[in-house]
Design a protein around this ligand. Sequence first.
Ligand code: WT7
Length: 629
Amino acid sequence: MSENFEVKVDSKSYIPDPAYREQSFLGDYKAVYKEFIQDPDEFWSRMAKEIEWIKPWTKVLEWNHPYARWFTGGTLNITTSCLDRHVKEGRRNKLALIWRGEDGEERVYTYRQLHRDVMRFANALKKIGVQKGDRICFYMPLVPEHIIALLACARIGAIHSIVYAGFGAEALHSRIRDAEAKVVITADVGKRRGKVISLRSIVDDAVRNAPSVEKVIVLCREKCSVELYSEMEEDFYSLLEGVSADCSPEEMDAEEPLFILYTSGTTGMPKGIVHSCGGYATGVHYTAKYLFDLKENDVIWCTADTGWITGHSYIVYGPLSVGATVVITETTPDWPDPGIWWSIIEELGVTLFYTAPTAIRMFMRVGEEWPNKYNLDSLRIIGSVGEPLNPEAFEWYYRVIGKMRCPILDTWWQTETGMHMITTPLGEPMKPGFAGVPIPGIIADVVDEEGNSLPPGQGGLLVIKKPWPSMMRTVYRNDERYKKYWNQIKDYYAAGDLAVKDEDGYFMILGRADDIIIVAGHNLGTAEVESALVEHEAVAEAAVIGVPDEIKGQAVKAFVILVKGYTPSQKLVSELTYHVRMSIGPIAMPAAIEFVDTLPRTRSGKIMRRILKAKEMNMDLGDTSTLEE
Ligand code: WT7
């Protein structure tokens, strides 16, 4: 962690059309925030009442630091808020999902169809013995069947754990083992840049030596042989044969887990972040409705993958809970050309577009002639998430995509927070470089290591001071790691980010305070990449750091000490890069590998990545008093 530092903050701002605020669900941000502060329980109780409950709760919050229980005594099933109520309330023929494939293929589902198919798949899962509390691992491309199977898990109270289908076999294997998944759901292939990518072979590798796995369900998209490799495998559609389309929702306690999602930690195995049924459902409904302002006619396209929390909250649960139309695609932003996303917005009439700064910077580089070919008038709000939206990218996004008309919601949050926490609510001035202010329900601050609040302009650690409903409940089978979040800085939740506030209380997020590298919006632990490198027989020791990358924000640079007998070569660089790619996935591939004889270490033996980084960037080495040599 670093000490406090002065940050120059420039306060240029844009004021959106007042109609945005006047017509918004939230209304006046400051007034609502005040209501929340005056009576937090009342505020959250009002929000929770907007989703469907089976039994009402008796207490809003029981806070026993660092453990929170929200909506005690309440029971629910999130799928009734996402499906049943829309079918009942006159939205049954409304489009719930529009799926776009890379080749332009399109499939759509109304709320009624989605409801029916979710119940069918839920029954299929029951048929193969899945019960409430079982863990189901997903390793799937973004196709409608993925969403259906996911909601089916929630329907019967099984706990899903989605693994991004770009991860390699080793990463998938360790997540399957940690969660002790009983079933893995996959597809034969994913499609990317006109190529067909085998997923099933990766799953085959990953389930070896994973004794908890009883079944692998395969969705066949190509002509995959129905003769599956072993008795373990089941064909997705064959499983649906003869099952009933009626499945009553499993009654879940508000505090029971809804899902696990792995995120990189600073050391060792990624952390299985556990989210609860009641609090999570409340948080994503609240933010989808009151911050994204999703209305009856909105069409939301969040370009994330379901493998990240962004996809969980703003592709699946949030938008479906408010009854919006959700666009999902299996596309790459620049294939077959960099106009593809803008053509989809024009054709499907997307009103809320939510993407990552890395994509925006890529589009900036290829030029505004691409978006300018398309009519983007349907857009109402544009959003950003995953890493700081730098002022240049803000300006471009605002002018070229939003036409100086659409407010930008730069949303700061984390896998652990479940919902977005800091943004610029509709109607508030937008300041390029600043994500915005804590949303009603959230008390955030910038503090020093002792937890003292820092004045505007002083950089420090971002904390959340009070619990909120969609906060993670624990780290799966590792409560010690959970406790750390709340025990590092006073009794606050330590986000692990550096930030600075301005005079108006706006937060600028400066990046991670720890050894996490964010590459194109994806979290990578240095430890994860290092251990993949060290697995290679030629590598004795490795240290990785994040270096600035114009498009991806950061890229991975690795420093490697070779085992005696090996000599540096270009071939070895390629081999190590490939090795990381196969074990973690393409996002973790080092952009550069440097062979070195020693690594800077503390006296206690810890690698000082800070020193490597400072050297790499020709910066002052800072405090080196703990450096060994
Ligand atoms: C980390 C969390 C939650 C969505 C995707 C990432 C960084 C996230 C922003 C933003 C600046 C951001 C933070 C955070 N981050 N949103 N709007 N501005 N930084 O989830 O993988 O859990 O990563 O992403 O550093 O700690 P995640």
